[in-house]
Design a protein around this ligand. Structure first.
Ligand code: HPA
Length: 279
């Protein structure tokens, strides 16, 4: 929890100033893409302006999740300037809650308008058989600790933010158009956030299904809540990499998740590139 608001705010500014200095005279990109499993190659598909390890950015947390490189790239992708985060910060890594969303706040402070989140997720709805993409239209997380807990930073957003429209409907429709034209299987769905690192039990999945979840994963929602708090546009896409516990015929494994995400990588990258192009 944030205990010293001034200090936290100053650390956001230090990180933001460093990122701006890396850009030199260039304008700050308006889009920040978070590259989840399978989307790593996107960072090498742009003309980079700079690429720095998170360890070089003052006060940035360290990313420890497997398959997450831990670097920030800025460059031109599909004709638009973007930031790309290769690796994010998960609650299960042990980060304090405010560290998970530190980068989101830094991005907002330097002028980024849109956060595009991607992830791997387990399919709960029967038709969510991998490889399948989901445009997240809403989420469930009321049972998890909020990233907004603690003193509110009034400069960033209100104490009690509305969450009626976290995921922009206009961009969900655009994602659907892109997927249709690229012949990529994409459906809308509700993403249930779990803190991990253990996968869910079959009973938990049945409970989440009853509550209205279509897919489940261990990321994205903290960042979406934080970005929505600050009035950023949020777009989020899941790649279904496995059927959730109890629906899947076999046990769940990280290998299955990473292998399926890698197999779907071309489609994931194509979808994101097309979306950026049509913005
Ligand atoms: N559960 C939680 N997180 C996940 C899953 C899952 O089934 N698949 C990929 N990330």
């Amino acid at each position: 929890m944030i205990t010293n608001k001034e200090e936290y705010f100053a650390s956001l500014k230090r990180a933001g100033d460093y990122i701006k200095s890396c850009l030199g005279d260039r304008k700050v990109p308006e889009i920040c893409l978070v590259l989840g499993s399978g989307l790593g190659p996107l960072a090498d598909m742009c003309e980079p302006y700079f690429s720095v390890p998170y360890t070089d950015i003052p006060d940035f947390p360290k990313s420890t999740a497997p398959g997450h490189a831990g670097k920030l790239t800025a460059g031109n992708l599909s004709g638009k300037d973007v930031f790309m985060m290769s690796g994010r910060f998960h609650y299960y890594e042990g980060h304090p809650i405010e560290s998970i969303v530190f980068y989101v706040r830094v991005m907002k402070m330097i002028g980024v308008k849109m956060l595009f989140l991607t992830n791997a997720a387990g399919g709960i709805r029967q038709d969510m058989v991998p490889p399948q993409f989901v445009a997240i239209e809403d989420h469930l997380s009321f049972y998890a600790e909020s990233v907004l807990r603690g003193p509110n930073i009034d400069e960033l957003g209100t104490r009690f933010p509305d969450q009626s429209n976290v995921y922009d409907k206009k961009y969900i429709a655009l994602l659907e158009e892109c997927a249709k034209d690229l012949k990529i299987n994409l459906t809308r769905g509700v993403y249930a956030y779990t803190k991990g690192p253990q996968y869910e039990t079959p009973a938990e999945i049945r409970a989440l299904r009853t509550l209205g979840a279509d897919c489940v994963g261990m990321s994205t929602v903290p960042e979406a809540i934080c970005a929505n708090h600050m009035g950023m546009k949020v777009v989020a896409v899941s790649c279904i990499t496995n059927m959730a516990a109890g629906i899947s015929k076999g046990p769940l494994s990280e290998k299955e998740v990473l292998d399926t995400a890698a197999a779907a990588s071309d489609q994931s990258c194509a979808l994101v590139k097309e979306f950026i192009k049509r913005l």
